[in-house]
Ligand binder design. Structure first.
Ligand SMILES: [Mg+2]
Length: 120
């Protein structure tokens, strides 16, 4: 069975692009906000979350904390724009497994996701 990845980003263009990249190998769920992500995770199983940090209302850090409260073992890779290194440091300390800087190259995204699944 294909692994399922939930991608969370308020940028709908990046969501669409990421789905195209991951869609050949993985089952991809999309959410445009932290709240939508949490609602989806309560209804459907996911094997990994790709999570934008900079989002209005509930940002990625708060979303991350709430995801971990639901399922502490679910791997989360942060998606970040450059210039937000402090957020990334904070996220890694809190237990995020990795991060990717946007815009990422398709090969890089696929490689990082595959590496994370191999560890499990
Ligand atoms: Mg954003």
């Amino acid at each position: 069975m294909k692994k399922r990845i939930l991608v969370v980003d308020d940028d709908s263009m990046n969501l669409a692009r990421t789905k195209i990249i991951l869609g050949k190998e993985y089952d991809v769920l999309l959410a445009e906000s932290g709240l939508e992500a949490l609602a989806k995770l309560k209804m459907e199983k996911a094997d990994m979350v790709l999570l934008d940090i900079d989002m209005p209302e509930m940002n990625g850090i708060e979303t991350f904390n709430r995801i971990k409260a639901l399922d502490a073992s679910l791997p989360v890779i942060f998606l970040t724009a450059s210039g937000l290194e402090e957020d990334v440091v904070c996220a890694i300390k809190m237990g995020a497994v990795d991060y990717l800087k946007k815009p990422y190259r398709p090969q890089e995204l696929l490689k990082r996701v595959a590496q994370e699944f191999e560890k499990r």
